[in-house]
Ligand binder design. Structure first.
Ligand SMILES: O=P(O)(O)OC[C@H]1O[C@](O)(CO)[C@@H](O)[C@@H]1O
Length: 544
């Protein structure tokens, strides 16, 4: 094998710790049994779910029929002057197409947000040339449904028949499949129901939006096919064994965090954004029952957290093994998808968890629903946080939760950092516009430099479908900084009693409530002026 995908355990100590696990996994024939669809590998409790979740091992063959359908639809759309693809989808329904198109340099507008400003920017593109791919495995995800409604209304008001521009990807029998049929949407792709959301990169969820946008999705399947035999082989050389067992061995030694970065960013063929896809796969698959692997995606090998990971983390390179990486994974994108899926399933078995469920995601969704039913977030157009802030500092309203004596933003931040347990982590959760408020992501390295612990960063509500599972279900050693902000122009969601801004705030408040109920420290800062508030936050962090 070797050529299609390669994993190098650079750290001699980690290699020594991984070898016995590799021996065990080879003896138990884990890889070939995964490839053959053996659902018993994760214990009796996981068996029923695993029995309907192992279809991803053969997608390089079973997804072939999609290629012709996608290119025929693309030609048809082009003939009608439609060449701009917008994707509405969360988590496993958008991360793969985002990586695929980023890696190939193909334009795809990914809408995985409820931020009204970001949605408005996508609506401001040329709708006469736009098709909306609505992707949802369950067919019931509130963000995706809201985006669909907003786009349908905007298209109709521009005199465009929305049904002619809607392309749906969903599982058979979902409410979204039914809607697509009732409304006569342009095309309905029914995905393989035997593949879970975060394992669905090579199903219609990954291939349809990426292929319509112009990515070479046949090549992606070829790349996966080139690695499939090696990844299902019961051999000590199987790269998935090396990766899965290294991560499990590190976890046993107390390194439950996996610091991920691209070590070849900017080089031709660099897999831009793959870390975000791996982040969801690892966090949602393993972060449960008080255990799991916490992905910490960092900006570059020079960013805080990678070269000096401490005892609680393993630095993993996507790309060449350098810059202090303990493990590296190299190979084409299609091969990497399959590598990480096998490795995650193997780690899941070694950690004793079911890698195919996400038991804690629902809690935040329920809390959000309850808040919206109770009229949270103010009236449309005036959405604002519930309750009064504990203090106001310039453009920053601070909600400390109960029992804080903080009198300033600086003090509140200091208190939050002091609350991080030894070997814990700080998660920054920014419910903002990831394009217009992009500077918020700078808070991660700034905080990491000062906090002395690992710091993760996620855009809300996107991270709720990724690290959100780990935050609530994984090792209980996180503290949370939520950032929300006022919006300049809210957007109504047609036929729904709440607006996008209200939904976005309710998602932050709902998840914050669940975290607080579970005993975690949560500090929320609400920016009444986003740019000024972010500048204030940076200045306050610099003073820490
Ligand atoms: O494809 P759906 O059903 O809209 O779900 C989107 C995402 O939400 C989750 O189900 C839960 O967060 C993810 O596992 C999934 O990728």
């Amino acid at each position: 094998m070797g050529e299609a995908v390669a994993v190098n355990i650079v750290s001699a100590d980690l290699d020594a710790a991984a070898q016995p696990l590799i021996g065990e996994v080879v003896a138990d024939r884990v890889a070939s049994r995964i490839g053959a669809g053996d659902a018993t590998l994760w214990g009796a409790e996981a068996e029923a779910e695993a029995a309907i979740r192992l279809g991803w091992t053969t997608l390089h063959q079973t997804s072939r029929t999609l290629i012709g359908e996608i290119s025929a639809l693309r030609d048809e759309l082009h003939a009608d002057g439609i060449d701009r693809i917008v994707l509405a989808g969360m988590g496993g329904s958008s991360l793969a197409p985002e990586v695929i198109t980023n890696t190939e340099g193909v334009a795809l507008t990914v809408l995985d947000t409820t931020d009204p400003g970001q949605v408005a920017d996508a609506l401001a593109g040329d709708l006469s040339r736009t098709a909306l791919v609505v992707s949802s495995k369950s067919g019931g995800t509130v963000e995706t449904d809201s985006q669909r409604r907003v786009f349908a209304e905007a298209m109709a008001s521009d005199g465009i028949e929305p049904a002619s521009r809607m392309i749906v990807v969903t599982d058979p029998g979902t409410p979204l499949a039914e809607l697509a049929e009732q409304q006569g949407y342009r095309k309905l792709f029914l995905a393989d129901p035997h593949v879970g959301g975060r394992y669905s990169a090579l199903t219609a969820f990954g291939l349809v939006p990426a292929g319509l946008a112009g990515a070479d999705v046949a090549r992606l399947l070829d790349q996966a096919a080139g690695a499939a035999d090696a990844l299902s082989e019961d051999s000590a050389d199987n790269p998935a064994h090396r990766l899965g067992c290294a991560l499990a061995a590190a976890h046993t030694a107390g390194a439950e965090k996996v610091v991920l970065t691209n070590t070849d960013l900017g080089a031709p063929g660099s897999l831009t954004g793959l870390c975000d896809w791996v982040e969801q796969l690892l966090a949602e698959s393993t972060g449960k029952h008080g255990t799991g692997l916490l992905p910490v995606v960092v900006e570059s090998p020079d960013a805080p957290g990678f070269r000096t990971p401490g005892e609680d983390a393993t630095p993993v390179a996507i790309g060449p093994a350098r810059d202090g990486a303990a493990v590296s994974a190299e190979g084409s994108l299609g091969a990497q998808f399959l590598l990480w899926e096998y490795a995650t399933a193997i780690t899941g078995r070694l950690l004793g968890i079911n890698p195919f469920d996400q038991p804690d995601v629902e809690a935040a969704k329920n809390a959000t629903r309850a808040l919206l039913d109770g009229g949270a977030g103010g009236a449309t157009g005036q959405a604002g946080p519930a309750g009064s802030p504990d203090l106001v500092d310039g453009a920053v309203q601070v909600f400390t939760g109960t029992g804080s004596a903080a009198g300033t933003l600086d003090e509140a931040l200091r208190e939050l950092l002091a609350a991080v347990p030894a070997r814990g982590y700080l998660a920054v959760q920014a419910y903002l516009d990831r394009l217009d408020d992009a500077s918020a992501s700078l808070l991660r390295p700034e905080l990491a430099k000062r906090a002395g612990v690992h710091v993760t960063f996620g855009w809300g509500p996107r991270f709720l479908h990724s690290t959100g599972q780990y935050h609530k279900g994984g090792h209980p050693n996180g503290v949370f900084l939520q950032i929300t902000g006022d919006v300049d122009h809210d957007l109504a969601i047609p036929d729904m009693p709440y607006s996008l801004a209200q939904l976005q705030l309710a998602q932050a408040e709902g998840d914050g409530q669940v975290l607080a109920e579970r005993g975690f420290d949560v500090l929320r800062v609400h920016l009444t002026d986003r740019a000024a508030g972010l500048a204030q936050l940076v200045a306050a962090i610099e003073r820490l």
